[in-house]
Design a protein around this ligand. Structure first.
Ligand SMILES: Nc1ncnc2c1ncn2[C@@H]1O[C@H](COP(=O)(O)OP(=O)(O)OP(=O)(O)O)[C@@H](O)[C@H]1O
Length: 340
């Protein structure tokens, strides 16, 4: 049986219509008008124990709403969620004991209390046996480097330190599932790497299932074998990263350094090549490698310019996701900029 089962899940919100202008605003104070917002629309998926799944999509796509229904904070309008065989909103306490959650912007620790005391309080809250607490503190503390700041009050921690402390607190009671919302946002590269290592380790050592929402595509590349892409409340893609890359990652970028100033030519535009300048005043040409061969492009350039240097770059995952959205947009809705 899958650990998480989501079937035809839907969530609608009723919200008051906003009116602009003085009289419409006055009128709306007397006559309240509501509009319906479908935040999650007919989403179905299953997640097995031990998976690390990236749940991604642009702002307002419906990611948090889905996760809130899996945690039991929100009641679905229709459809069903089962976690560990339980309906989360009917079994909030039981469900809470088996899950951990870290929401990037909010800490679950006691603000004025030193980290180590906060973690001890978590131990009592979840009734964690002393020996298990010690084992977990040793493993987590080591990877997360908690010793550096364990006696500092939570309010005085840097963002990266706080995130490390929060991750430790969320996993102390050995949850089966952990929901991580933007766990690396705003952190420097070293701390990001430490946090990713921690996520890999608890998944490997403890078999913890991880559901990760992030706008940082390196998190996805480094951690997730499976990605679910949600947009406008609908599940647009569910599969592995390699297929996502193969299906949507056909864009190639050529970076050029030429003696002469490069001027974009109509012939290149007609071939579907776009150009931009890098900060170092190099030219970047972007094209679909399904249609265009990079040697044909470089030949065209070399016939006209003295090329000092050029390199062809692998497609960045951000580019893939942008293509993915652009693909959907052509079919369904106006093009939009995603994952800036
Ligand atoms: N309590 C609520 N009342 C009304 N509308 C809501 C409520 N919560 C979310 N929404 C709306 O539902 C849609 C989906 O929101 P949700 O927070 O799930 O998106 P998200 O993908 O998590 O976005 P982000 O990446 O910005 O966190 C948005 O249009 C949002 O404005």
């Amino acid at each position: 049986m899958p650990l998480i089962e989501v079937q035809n899940l839907r969530k609608e919100f009723k919200r008051q219509k906003r009116r602009d202008g003085f009289w419409p605003l006055m009128k709306s104070l007397v006559y309240r008008e509501y509009e319906q917002k479908v935040a999650v629309e007919d989403i179905s998926f299953t997640i097995d124990q031990g998976e690390i799944v990236g749940y991604i999509g642009p702002n307002g796509a419906g990611k948090s709403t889905t996760i809130k229904m899996m945690v039991g904070i929100l009641v679905p309008t229709s459809g069903a969620v089962h976690v560990n065989g339980l309906v989360p909103f009917e079994n909030r306490i039981k469900n809470a004991r088996r899950i951990g959650a870290v929401f990037g912007q909010k800490s679950q620790l006691w603000w004025d209390t030193p980290v180590i005391e906060s973690l001890r309080l978590t131990k009592y809250m979840y009734d964690i046996p002393e020996d298990r607490y010690q084992q977990n503190m040793a493993l987590f503390g080591d990877i997360l480097g908690l010793d550096e700041f364990k006696n500092v009050a939570v309010r005085s921690l840097s963002l990266g330190q706080r995130m490390r402390a929060d991750l430790c607190a969320a996993l102390l009671h050995d949850p089966d599932i952990v929901y991580l919302d933007e766990p690396t946002i705003g952190l420097d590269v070293v701390v990001k790497e430490r946090i990713r290592e921690f996520i890999r380790e608890i998944n490997r050592e403890r078999g913890t299932t991880v559901i990760l929402t992030t706008h940082d595509m390196s998190d996805i590349e480094k951690l997730c074998s499976r990605v679910m892409v949600v947009d406008h409340g609908k599940l647009m893609y569910d599969g592995n990263l390699t297929t996502l890359k193969n299906d949507y990652g056909n864009m190639e970028t050529m970076e050029l350094d030429t003696e002469e100033v490069f001027v974009m030519d109509d012939a290149l535009l007609r071939m579907g090549i776009t150009s931009s300048q890098t900060e170092e005043a190099r030219t970047q040409l972007v094209y679909d490698k399904k249609n265009i061969n990079s040697s044909a492009v470089i030949k065209w350039i070399m016939d006209r310019y003295s090329v000092r240097d050029f390199k062809v770059k692998e497609t960045e995952i951000e580019e893939i996701i942008r293509n993915l959205y652009a693909g959907f947009s052509q079919e369904e809705r106006p093009r939009q900029e995603v994952m800036a």
